[in-house]
Design a binder for this molecule. Structure first.
Ligand code: ASP
Length: 201
């Protein structure tokens, strides 16, 4: 795991092209930050605000920005990836759950691949992604049981909001969340493709 100058050196050594920090600043995100600064909050998901923002299905100021992916290949390999910009108006130096293996992201060929989104601090405290795997490995729980327990019991009890996507070693898929919505989808080689945003969609 690399951070800061060491991460930049590593990226350069791999031949990645560096860009200045302002490359990532867009007018929309800048406005979002201004709104968060004015209301003096770090923006979290907010169920009540769903559907209240014009054409965006979820309030763009109050949805998480994480992109996650999980996969099972034909050889039985499980993989998970999680990428986030963190939360808008987060404290300088804050590290969320997304880059922490076991918290926001985890994969183990024996059990499951998991990628999380939501209130990072709670996903760190619960080791949410690893807990799904541990419940399956040590507790004999199914993917559905383990993922529901993590999101609807453990994360919920600590006041966390968010969800996860997971695929197990048998190709079962679970996409639970306790927020109003979570942009999600899955596909199988045989052709099943599903996408959804809200809880009942
Ligand atoms: N989990 C991320 C964080 O806490 C936020 C997100 O899911 O977008 O930084």
């Amino acid at each position: 795991m690399f951070i800061g100058a060491g991460a930049e050196d590593f990226a350069a050594a791999q031949g990645l092209e560096p860009v200045a920090a302002d490359f990532f600043s867009t007018p929309e995100r800048r406005e979002q930050l201004e709104r968060a600064l004015n209301s003096d909050e770090m923006l979290l998901d907010h169920d009540g605000a769903a559907n209240s923002h014009g054409e965006d299905p979820l309030d763009p100021d109050r949805k998480f920005g994480t992109v996650g992916a999980v996969a099972l290949d034909v050889h039985g390999n499980l993989a998970a990836a999680t990428s986030t910009g963190g939360m808008t108006n987060k404290q300088v130096g804050r590290v969320g759950d997304s880059p922490l293996a076991g918290a926001g992201c985890y994969a183990n060929n024996a059990t499951v691949a998991v990628s999380c989104t939501g209130t990072g601090e709670v996903f760190i405290r619960t080791l949410a992604a690893y807990d799904v795997s541990a419940q399956m490995e040590y507790g004999g729980r199914s993917l559905q049981q383990a993922t529901a327990s993590v999101i609807h019991d453990k994360v919920q009890e600590l006041g966390g909001s968010g969800g996860l996507i997971a695929v197990d070693a048998h190709g079962n898929v679970a996409l639970p969340f306790n927020s109003e919505g979570m942009y999600r989808g899955f596909a199988r080689v045989e052709g099943d493709i599903e996408v959804a945003i809200y809880r009942d969609s």
